[in-house]
Design a protein around this ligand. Structure first.
Ligand code: F6R
Length: 368
């Protein structure tokens, strides 16, 4: 069942190119148009949507956070991302023109289910991005866009996360196509780029030994920080979550720009800091993050940098560089998160921990 891997976690990390490819499969007409027949929400309703609210928990919420950047850019529809358990207990503004997108691997997370029910009671349409067929959230939503990651056994989510992000890209591109905005003509190009991602993810996995070696050398770490900007920000938070869950190490993900507003006080001699660097093809964004690397390095941090191949600007300030292939900015999370997953898994393994069944956690959280 583990396909020759030591743990389900290892297997599922290696399943990721397929999870993304399968989630893309069969969703185009062969001429570069998206066909999402499964979105059984009236097209007129989808055209009239004036706000999207993504509700989810944990890793699924970080996928929603990535979706916000992509969907707002392609569709010009405001997107809010909210933790399902917070959404429900305040008084959210939800109308018939709100599309609520519930993201869940299991489709059974009680917090997310309750938020789905709440949104529907307010008259919103709910679209579920779910991995498990026939699950409660899938059944109770107006429509389902399935991720095709296959069963995820390890408690900590990996391949479902990549599949969730992929499905959210499809949703964003579909809405752009449907609403005929200025990105409608670029859908085919984006789909082509998405089609190249499985191979790129595979190339990151092929370089895993470098990450594992660094992880093994850090088995004594007591705190690790993660910085990212733009779509690198949710990736930083996901990297921190993986490390907390799997290796029981204190970890925190920050928006890199937030550093000077407080967190930089944490930086001390030897403090490990991961930095997720955007592509140098976005020079202003890139330069900001490179200067953040410099800032933490100058205060003694050990910098572990995730950067695009050919990005030489980072090398001077990086103690370690993990390379990812050149990828369109909005799609970078599909490659940049992979070294962070491998790192957390390898570090936990080095500490002799059970990576498939971390303490105190359950695969689906069916209580509120
Ligand atoms: C983290 C993790 C959790 C889940 C969260 C939502 O590795 O697995 O944070 O992402 O509990 O679960 P689903 O997606 O099943 O609703």
């Amino acid at each position: 069942v583990k396909g020759g891997f030591a743990t389900f976690m290892d297997k599922e990390i290696h399943d990721q190119p397929k999870a993304v490819a399968d989630t893309l499969l069969g969703r185009t007409d062969g001429q570069g148009n998206l066909v999402l027949d499964e979105l059984r929400i009236d097209e007129a309703v989808l055209r009239s949507v004036d706000k999207i609210v993504v509700i989810a928990c944990g890793t699924a919420a970080y996928a929603g956070h990535v979706a916000k950047y992509a969907v707002e850019h392609w569709c010009r529809i405001p997107v809010e991302v909210e933790l399902a358990h917070e959404f429900r207990y305040r008084d959210p503004v939800v109308t018939e023109k709100t599309l609520v997108v519930a993201v869940s691997q299991s489709g059974e997370t009680m917090d997310t289910l309750m938020a789905v029910r709440h949104a529907r009671e307010q008259g919103a349409k709910v679209l579920a991005v779910v991995n498990t067929h026939g699950s409660t959230i899938a059944r109770e939503s107006d429509a389902v866009l399935y991720t095709h990651a296959g069963p995820e056994i390890a408690v900590a989510s990996t391949k479902a996360f990549l599949a969730q992000i992929t499905a959210c890209y499809l949703l964003g591109l579909y809405l752009a196509q449907l609403r005929g905005n200025k990105y409608a003509d670029e859908v085919a190009g984006y789909l082509e780029e998405l089609g190249k991602l499985p191979e790129k993810i595979q190339s990151v996995i092929d370089g895993e030994e470098v990450v594992r070696e660094v992880a093994r050398s850090m088995a004594d770490a007591t705190s690790v920080l993660f910085l990212g900007r733009h779509v690198g920000y949710p990736v930083a938070m996901e990297g921190a979550l993986k490390l907390k869950e799997l290796a029981y190490i204190h970890a925190e993900g920050f928006a890199a720009g937030e550093l000077k507003h407080g967190p930089i006080a944490l930086i001390d001699e030897g403090q490990p800091v991961f930095i997720v660097v955007p592509t140098p093809r976005r020079p202003t964004l890139h330069a900001k993050v490179v200067s953040n690397i410099q800032e933490v390095r100058a205060r003694g941090a050990r910098t572990l940098v995730i950067a695009e191949e050919g990005d030489e600007a980072v090398t001077e300030f990086a103690d370690v560089v993990f390379r990812v292939p050149r990828t369109p900015t909005l799609m970078m999370p599909l490659v940049t998160v992979v070294p962070l997953q491998i790192f957390a898994c390898a570090l936990a393994t080095a500490k002799g921990l059970d990576v498939d069944q971390p303490r105190n956690l359950a695969k689906s959280v069916t209580v509120e």
